[in-house]
Design a protein around this ligand. Sequence first.
Ligand code: ADP
Ligand code: MG
Length: 453
Amino acid sequence: MESKETLWKECLIKIEEQVPAESYSAWFSPTYPHALTESGLTIAVPNDFYKECLQENYYELIESVLKTLTGKPIDLQFKTEAECPDDEKKEIPVLKPTEEFLKVEYASPGLSSINPKYSFSNFIVGSSNQFAHAAALSVANNQVLTYNPLFIYGGVGLGKTHLLHAIGNTILEKDPRSRIRYLSAETFTVDLIESLKRDNMPAFRDRYRPLDVLFVDDIQFLAGKDRTQEEFFYTFNALYESHKQVILSSDKYPKDLIKIEERLRSRFESGLVADIEIPDLETKVAIIYKKAEAHNKFIPQDVAVFIASNIKTNIRELEGFLLRVIAFASFTHREINLELAQDVLKEFTYDKNKNFTISTIMKTVASYFDIKISDMKSKKRSREISIPRQIAMYLCREYTKYSLPDIGRHFGGKDHTTVIFSHKKLSKIINENGDLKKSVKEIIALIESGKTL
Ligand code: ADP
Ligand code: MG
């Protein structure tokens, strides 16, 4: 077995690819591996606050990365440093973001944390984001404050962060000395907690109040964090009153934010509120072309349409999928075509549906139709048994990585041609509108919810 240090380091490398740099340095940099056993990994974190946040926001991500690395499920636990006093931390450099943090004078030019990667020129405009884009452009180009604050809201992966950075880049292009600072509400929270701990609130205030423009991303993170909300309220007012621009993003409309004080919600609403909706197919296809171009790759139209129609609601996923297609083609020396994209989609769907195992599928289908698992494995051919059996085989083929012969074996040693037959038959049924289609949908939802018997 590899050492806990190696495993955790590999895990961190993967996580760093998947979470925003800000969140990574706030939450993951100060962690280190405490113990690794056959079945579990315990990670040490600075205090309870980190423990809760990692637990709440990143547990599933870490778990799935560990599973990919080790090939088996790993029981993940967090402990505070105080709970693991004897650890030596030297194997993994413990980069305390907080030390860095306090050295940074946010109000200095050049320390804006604006990511040059995201600009208006590589943002595709469609009807779903037209309004938010126009609002962002207007704030970026306006010398006078017209919209303050600018509040952009929309679902995950729809381009909110991209637009915030694009505004920042435009402002910096016009005047590189502008005192602007981008950060997530998460980072703001960590900064506040550390400053309170060090009893250094004046320095905290000095980091924000002299800014010309403050961007706070994912403001919904402040939900339930009363002390942070209070301090954010003061920060906001101080900037607002001195006619400085505040730009915020959130996953919800201000009024719909839960556990956020009313006085903040009404401040959020007082400027311009712009939403980003789920993009239509054409916009998604255009985004795919743009992203592929950035990687110097050509994507045939049928592949672009295939990807765009399969990834419904999240542009980050769309991009992730596209990158997989590109990477897969290059590893396997295959050309990028529809067949390859279909292969990649299978893997992608599998990753997203870790609840789908052969045994869960069999159990859920059997209980849904009120038959026994042994019946499903039997040779019985009555309709009451054969239909559920075919549905289960279909789901195994669609949602797991098992090969046809493997699936056949799990169903009492059936031949792989039986699996193919079931799959074909069900694919047809699913395309017709009938009771069976409804049943299959309900079964999928049951398995996805993880609430199977
Ligand atoms: P959010 O902050 O809303 O969760 P992001 O801004 O991080 O989403 O966007 C996720 C990814 O999708 C980013 O890589 C971003 O560049 C890309 N993206 C989103 N919308 C667009 C768009 N309209 N044009 C180009 N890329 C986009
Ligand atoms: Mg974002």
